[in-house]
Write a protein that binds this ligand. Structure first.
Ligand code: UTP
Length: 288
């Protein structure tokens, strides 16, 4: 069966965005006029998800508030004549089933995904890191199609310059694949030294995992930083039988840092109804 559930882990501390994230979850930062989380949920829905599982933290209550339908606010906006905005507000949390589950302490991405186990059950599921945005659902959809046809997890890959690999999870693949993939992944090493890196292909923030990933998460040990790494669980899966890597061709933004967020906001402003005004504003500022 094709994955219909999308897990979005949003329980991290967001330390790269302190002091903002002391009070505001980074997942809710506006990308021009829409919270990042909404864009990520829309991507999942576009790829075929009908159930979103948010792994949140009990202290990040604005996330719950955002996805909880609020008919009174919708009616107020509708009564003021702003029909389009009312429709947009009415859609949030009602166009898809949303379940919130909690990670009480942020023990890493592997641990966060493990917290979704009961809700997800025995089926393959999409996994989207919400501090990365994509221009559309095509890549996620391709991952879901791959898992449906091959029965093993599929993950998004990026090719990066070798001097950047040591910040990421880097894959080893079966030799002989075409340069643009897909790849049969037989190993993953987290943050290798440049000279030890097995390739220039890194794991990015979109995955479709088969349900046995939960058993693998149960088996992994914390990394030296105390976190349970999802890559360790994927590595165990790839040892059973190669998992699939697909090179991303959609545009991506990393909104986990202030500069990455700014880039996403500028691009969003330049591609919506206010593009002319945004362009004029930027031209004015750059001319000063
Ligand atoms: P990151 O490592 O990028 O986010 O995790 P972070 O830990 O919140 O941010 P920094 O590095 O301290 O600035 C990617 C995604 O996984 C979630 C985060 O909320 C983020 O959306 N995550 C991470 C969890 O839900 N739980 C964790 O234990 C770790």
């Amino acid at each position: 069966m094709r994955a219909r559930t999308a897990v979005i882990p949003a329980a991290g501390l967001g330390t790269r965005f302190y002091p903002v994230t002391k009070a505001v979850p980074k997942e809710l930062l506006p990308i021009y006029d829409v919270p990042a989380l909404q864009l990520v949920m829309d991507e999942a829905i576009g790829a075929g998800a009908d159930h979103i599982v948010l792994v949140s933290s009990r202290v990040k209550t604005p996330i719950e508030k955002f996805v909880t339908p609020d008919p009174a606010v919708v009616e107020k906006v509708r009564a003021s004549g702003r029909e389009d905005l009312a429709n947009r507000l009415a859609r949030i949390g009602t166009d898809v089933k949303v379940t919130i589950t909690y990670q009480d302490n942020p023990h890493g991405l592997g641990h966060a995904v493990g917290c979704a186990r009961e809700v997800v059950g025995d089926e393959s599921f999409m996994l989207l890191l919400p501090d990365e945005l994509r221009s559309g659902p095509e890549l996620l959809s391709a991952l879901a199609d791959s898992v449906q046809s091959r029965g093993v997890s599929a993950i998004e890959l990026l090719r990066v310059p070798m001097d950047k690999v040591s910040a990421y999870g880097v894959i080893t693949h079966v030799p002989g694949a075409p340069a643009d993939g897909p790849f049969d992944i037989v190993g993953i090493v987290e943050k290798p030294k440049r000279e030890d890196a097995p390739s220039d292909l890194i794991i990015a923030g979109r995955y479709v995992c088969t349900a046995d990933i939960f058993d693998k998460i149960d088996r992994i040990k914390p990394a030296p930083n105390g976190e349970l790494q999802l890559t360790d669980a994927l590595e165990l899966q790839s040892a059973d039988s190669p998992i699939t890597g697909i090179i991303s061709t959609v545009t991506r933004w990393d909104t986990g840092t202030p500069m990455g967020w700014l880039e996403a906001v500028i691009d969003a402003a330049l591609s919506n109804g206010d593009a002319a005004a945004a362009r004029a504003l930027l031209a004015d500022r750059l001319a000063r």
